[in-house]
Design a protein around this ligand. Sequence first.
Ligand code: CP
Length: 292
Amino acid sequence: MNDLVSMKDLTEVDIIELLDRAQNFQVYGARELPRKYTVSNLFFEPSTRTKVSFEVAERKLGIDVVPFEAGFSSSVKGETLYDTVKTLEAIGIDALVIRHPDVGYYKELIGKTKVSIINGGDGSGQHPTQSLLDLYTIREEFGGFEGLNIVIAGDIAHSRVARSNADALTKLGANVTFLCPKEWAGEFEAVHEWDEEILASDVIMLLRVQHERHNDKMSFTKESYHKQYGLTKERKKMMKENAIIMHPAPFNRGVEIDEELVECSKSRIFKQMENGVYVRMAVLELILNGRN
Ligand code: CP
């Protein structure tokens, strides 16, 4: 594997191999890669988790991490992403983790640069390492995916997490249901009521309302969204005994999830973040060692 840009490119076998490699890092700890690689993280959209956990994963693998601040780079002077990547290739970078607002930004890069591209999120397109850490967390909890009922609830149309996870979870045999307001379903079929879903779900994956990607004025207040589509304390009481709550974060407390539920015993939200480091080590190791 030279690049990782979309979950659509991974087979079931590829996914399981990456999860197994991540598990090895969790159980046995990090080991430095056999040669010194140089990686840079290019974030043209804000990030806390993805950027920091990639950086931690890179450092644990003994990778040279070259700082890149998009806001102080020549992209501000009009340099295209393609020219930035070609520049970094010439300077000696082996791999780039890129987050960019344009869906499919990577299509103009793959095959035209020797630098490996790892997609850290492209607009509302894909977020493959988020999906892998979500899958890792689900497998850690349930041992597998076949037959699990997974509800992904929230701002589906704008969510790269929903797209990446729907592709992957369906491939792995889970039943995925989207739940959202009618106007937020995008290209997906969705349900619009919690009633039956809450009783049948093994995993409830909540998504952030992405205000920054909504052009129209929202038809919901925070309170009305929470009441109709959020995970309230009352809904949580109806969940199956072993069902879990997930959220890629950042979360809006009191909007898609009740303030108190973020850290309740069913929540795996911070576990997801921990698992992100193992998964990103696995992705970096597989891609960089493949360059030898
Ligand atoms: N889940 C996620 O991608 O978080 P960040 O935007 O903070 O990276």
